[in-house]
Design a protein around this ligand. Sequence first.
Ligand SMILES: C[S@@+](CC[C@H](N)C(=O)[O-])C[C@H]1O[C@@H](n2cnc3c(N)ncnc32)[C@H](O)[C@@H]1O
Length: 340
Amino acid sequence: MSFRYLGNKTKLTDWIIGEISKVIPSGSSIADPMCGTASVSLALAQAGYSVTAADSLAFPVIHARARLLAKKPPAFKAFGGYDKAITWLRSVPSKEGYFFKEFGDKGQPANGRQPRLYFSADNAARIDGVREAIRDLARSGDLDELEHSLMLHSLILSTNKVANISGTYGYFLKELSKNAQQTITFEPLYFEETPGNHSVMLGSIEKHASSISTDAVYLDPPYTKRQYAGNYHILETLAREDEPIAEGDGGLRAWQEHASDFCYRRFAGQAFRKTLELLSVPHIFISYSQDGQVHEDELLAILQDYGKVTVHEKFYNRYRSNKKVQAGNLLERLYHVERF
Ligand SMILES: C[S@@+](CC[C@H](N)C(=O)[O-])C[C@H]1O[C@@H](n2cnc3c(N)ncnc32)[C@H](O)[C@@H]1O
């Protein structure tokens, strides 16, 4: 899944899973409770682990459900098969609704601000049409829960491809980009029959940590001050299937309720401590970058209060929202904490 997402570990999964597998064998259970795109969850599942994925936001949970739980195309009885469900997605009529008004380049935001150029008017109306059609099908009981998640997963991936942004949804570009001028399209997903028993949950690590009973936990917290809830507000709205008030010029949904302590310099260290205190699993792996909110010495000192710490390092090219990436410019660290 090509996905522009801050902190996406797609390019690091071989290294991460390689280190994890030296400690807990394939077949063990592991949680990825800050799963984002679910790229690490999927790579762990492919390597034979049973994975419990979670995130405090709703759209990563949709991704994880689609990538872990749908091991083959569901029946999609309402359409007579998965291929026909995709054909249906492509043919849903447009509708000038919430996305058209709030996020389309010919829209009229309810708060009187200038049109927001997140999407071309045509694509915004297509998104509205598909959103409503998926909602109606789910409400009438014609989609089961997993089919519903797969539909939303497809909608999120397709929307992402035509979004007029430079990487995150914090704001839109001044002119419609080439990608944004393309017509939104829906491609069939790839399904993978992984061997483990997987599960997916919505909610913060603070909420779930004490009930996680897997052999290990992989933590991939935010490391910059950029809050995911604000920077991906449009994807969250697609996943939640609601129509929140679009605030200010950027049209962000209220995100403060989902603000992550890991994004605040003054709270991040304490957030690590709280998480480690709540977790009672024998092995904890943590991805954290060289330039994270918590300085490497501070993080090491925190982790050493909870177990024996081993640090693995790798240089790599990080995704930057402004696309300016220098070769091998960042040091990514994988900490292994073996609990006392
Ligand atoms: C660095 S990203 C994870 C990237 C992911 N490993 C991937 O490859 O796509 C951090 C994720 O943590 C989530 N998050 C932030 N604070 C959280 C919290 N307190 N509990 C659970 N998830 C949280 C964010 O929504 C985001 O999806």
